[in-house]
Design a protein. Structure first.
Length: 436
């Protein structure tokens, strides 16, 4: 008697049918079907969207739902928020006819729901009822049957399905890993962002250091970075973090100095995940300076504006590959710049750089034995990518000199927002984002 799952009536020998009859007589049938002193002609008045109770068979037809909505639609400016319930044995043709009838009656919306389509359906959540006391009619037997054999049973009763939760183990970082360190000043506060990568270039951890030793904010950012790193190692996509934490707004915030792609941030988290999105996800939409901008390369801008020859000189590998990480194995190698319109993500760029890490003479001179004799030397030279138009470069440089941040004005919708203290001000209409 202390067992919670103990049932007295089956223990005393009552059959399943007798127990169901007793429940209907004592607890109620949950339906008017079969009730005494009620004419069958009066039952349609009490019909509901779905069959009532375990023994109920009647329900409103799909056409009745649509006709009722069509009668009310001319008096409503918008669409009707009404779900049209369909039985479990409804076919695709039935759904097509329902939509066609709604269109003929000029309905603005039609929401169909086929019974049993949801994994959890509270409207009709009766358990699997068995007719006999044997173990054949169990959930496992029902699931093992073919789809055609399950349809008649699912049409009458809803079976609670068991869903297996798939989890992945933590993918720990290698003991010796590569990455980069980015120093920047956000709103007057120095921020050091350190990243760690797997062997294939995927990011697996971050560290965030602030310049104020012992500050509570620095401790919070350090523990936040640990939480993000654990999530990355357990398989949380980086783009989920980017969507969650970009555009968060709190102090310190403001101008960003030291980063060639990001010039303004609404918070430390906004800056960190903008930087990660630009570096690992190719999210140029979150950057304020495009890679081809004349001022995006910092100290090398003057060199980039100089006339280039048809053949680009190789760049030392140490500029992109850590000498400490490779322990000097790329000291005598060079990297060849690949020209073209296609932008590669960091993983593809690293793979391409590894493949093209050749000596300067090999990288710049085609092999006469491999190249066909029908091609001239001029045809074998790499075709340089077309330079940006002069007007585009001038307009970009002019906008950057005026201090435009790239944000859109909420009033006039022009992209002429400039810094005004810790806020932004529109040069076109004078609207500010908070400062007077």
């Amino acid at each position: 008697m202390n067992d919670f799952s103990f049932e007295l009536l089956p223990f005393l020998g009552f059959a399943k049918k007798d127990i169901e009859a007793a429940n209907v007589h004592i607890c109620g049938a949950m339906t008017l079907e079969g009730a005494p002193h009620l004419k069958a002609d009066h039952l349609p008045v009490f019909d509901c969207a779905t069959p009532c109770g375990k023994i109920g068979k009647r329900y409103l037809s799909v056409e009745s739902h649509i006709l009722m909505m069509a009668a009310a639609q001319p008096f409503i400016s918008g669409a009707i928020s009404k779900t049209i319930n369909m039985p479990n044995d409804a076919t695709v043709e039935d759904c097509k006819e329902s939509y066609m009838l709604s269109w003929r009656l000029a309905l603005k919306a039609n929401a169909l729901y086929r019974d049993g389509s949801k994994l959890s359906q509270p409207l009709n959540s009766s358990l699997l009822a068995v007719e006999e006391d044997d173990e054949d009619d169990t959930v496992e037997t029902l699931v093992a049957q073919t789809a055609a054999a399950r349809v008649p049973q699912i049409a009458e009763k809803i079976v609670e399905r068991i869903v297996e939760t798939v989890t992945r183990d933590r993918e720990k970082m290698p003991d010796r890993r590569k990455g980069y360190t980015q120093k920047a000043i956000v709103g007057g506060h120095k921020v050091y962002l350190h990243t760690g990568e797997y062997a294939d270039g995927r990011i697996g951890e971050i560290f965030i250091d602030m310049h104020k030793e012992g500050a509570a904010f620095r401790a919070m950012m350090n523990n936040f970075a640990i939480a993000i790193s654990i999530g990355l190692q357990y398989g949380v996509p980086l783009d989920e973090y980017v969507e969650a934490f970009t555009f968060t707004r709190f102090e310190p915030a403001g101008m960003v100095m030291g980063n060639d792609r990001i010039k303004n941030a609404t918070s430390i988290l906004d800056y960190v995940f903008r930087e990660l999105a630009v570096s690992y996800l190719d999210r140029d939409d979150l950057a304020h300076v495009n890679p081809e901008s004349p001022t995006s390369l910092g100290k090398g801008a003057a060199e980039d504006q100089a006339p280039k020859s048809s053949q680009q000189a190789p760049i030392p590998a140490e500029r992109f590959v850590s000498r400490g990480m490779t322990r000097g194995k790329t000291a005598n190698k060079s990297l060849m710049i690949v020209s073209g319109e296609q932008h590669l993500n960091p993983v593809q760029a690293m793979q391409t750089s590894t493949v093209t890490a050749l000596n300067a003479a090999t990288a710049l001179k085609p092999d006469s034995q491999i190249a066909p004799a029908a091609f001239s030397a001029a045809e074998l030279d790499p075709i340089p990518s077309p330079p940006p138009s002069k007007d585009t470069v001038v307009l970009r440089a002019e906008a950057q000199m005026k201090g435009y941040t790239g944000d859109q004005c909420t009033e006039c919708h022009n992209f002429t927002m400039v810094r005004n203290g810790t806020c932004l001000k529109c040069d076109t209409c004078g609207t500010t984002t908070g400062c007077s």
